[in-house]
Design a protein around this ligand. Structure first.
Ligand code: NAD
Length: 356
């Protein structure tokens, strides 16, 4: 991979390599775009097969954060850090403090947070060396319930657009994955008197939790979840679940949930869903509750304000659905247009000089 070609093609600003001899810390931070504000994105630890795999993952994830943050109405750009190593052995106080020092050296151009294989405890170590970290112990807390709240409002918006009413109690739902975000979403749907909820799950512990907490929900075989005759299919487990095999058998009229990277191929499967008349709520818009939540740590965290901000996912999705219809493009594409419009407009109003 020619990294400069890639960076030029997708408008990246900066790619930083770092290494700490004492702790073996080894990783890269990528800053994709800071038009709207400092870049923000989590730190992921993964045992990548090659350095190129790690860098490509970091570049791709940082760019994803630019769009997610822009579409969420946040004054943030997109960034990401990936650390190369085995998460079960590399972690220590010194390891994360060494990372904190690299983050500090970027002088606020990048703010880090939790991601795959990092926890609030790790963020607390990073915080000993830098203020440019969110997701700290005792602040915004577990992101899953707030992510699910965003998805709940996103589902309401999709119901409104597709069927004309956002009354949750009139419809049926299939939830794929009853983990942290899936169960939280189910609890919001039940609170709003959802007509019927089916779910699939592969972890026996989570099935037990479901049977205890939500006995009225019906467990179905993981392979059968796509073809259920329901109104909404909510992916809350894996990525790439909308693909050549699943879209043709889908009976729901809406796909809207918490999962990331739902479309196996954004262009192809975004279009396939549109052609089948299935309304897809773009993942990076509907599941932005978590990042909205940590963003508020930068401005005197207040739960009520976070909830109000997360509720805006409803109107945002309606606008994206309208763009999709007006421009005759699939909704994932419309969401990218929506995010780019915001970045371009804000960049344009910053052209004139004003003393502050
Ligand atoms: P989780 O691990 O708590 O839950 C996922 C659940 O899916 C697990 O219980 C797992 O057993 C189940 N599962 C895995 N494969 C399955 C299959 N084939 N069929 C049915 N169930 C299956 O994770 P989570 O935090 O709930 O995240 C779920 C999705 O939401 C992920 O894609 C994640 O990236 C995305 N997401 C989460 C957050 C958050 O705040 N946690 C924020 C944004 C996006």
């Amino acid at each position: 991979m020619n990294k400069f070609d890639y960076m030029e093609r997708y408008g990246y600003e900066q790619l930083i390599y770092f290494h700490d001899k004492t702790t073996g810390l080894k990783g890269v931070t990528c800053i994709h775009d800071t038009t709207l504000g400092p870049s923000l994105g989590g730190t992921r630890i993964w045992n990548y097969e090659s350095e190129d795999d790690a860098v490509l993952d970091c570049l791709r994830l940082a760019r994803g954060m630019t769009y997610k943050n822009a579409a969420a109405g946040l004054n943030l750009g997109g960034g990401k850090t990936v650390l190369i190593g085995d998460a079960s052995t590399v972690k220590s106080e010194a390891y994360f403090r060494a990372l904190g020092r690299y983050v500090q050296s970027l002088n606020g151009r990048y703010i880090t947070a939790e991601d795959v294989n990092t926890t609030t405890k790790d963020m607390d170590y990073i915080h000993m060396e830098t203020d440019y970290v969110v997701g700290l112990e005792g602040k915004s807390g577990n992101p899953s319930p707030i992510t699910a709240l965003g998805a709940f409002h996103g589902i309401r918006a999709a119901l409104k657009f597709r069927f004309g009413s956002d009354d949750i109690s009139r419809y049926t739902y299939a939830i794929q994955g009853a983990g942290e975000t899936g169960r939280a979403l189910i609890s919001y749907l039940l609170e709003a008197n959802a007509k019927k909820i089916y779910y699939s799950e592969i972890n026996p512990k989570n099935i037990q939790k479901m049977e205890k907490e939500f006995p009225d929900c019906e467990l179905v075989d993981p392979d059968n979840i796509y073809s259920l005759d329901v109104d909404v299919f909510a992916p809350c487990a894996l990525g790439a679940v909308m693909n050549d095999k699943t879209i043709p058998i889908l009976k729901s009229k809406i796909v809207a949930g918490n999962a990331n990277n739902v479309l196996s191929d954004e262009e192809r499967h975004g279009l396939m869903l549109k052609e089948r008349g299935i309304l897809y709520a773009p993942d990076f818009v509907i599941n932005a509750g978590g990042v909205i939540n940590v963003y508020h740590e930068l401005h005197n965290y207040n739960r009520e304000r976070v909830i109000k901000d997360v509720e805006k996912i409803y109107d945002r999705l309606l606008e994206i659905f309208r763009i999709s219809e007006a421009e005759n493009v699939h909704t994932q594409k419309a969401a990218l247009v929506y995010a780019e419009n915001r970045m371009n407009t804000i960049a344009a109003i910053h052209r004139n000089y004003i003393r502050r």
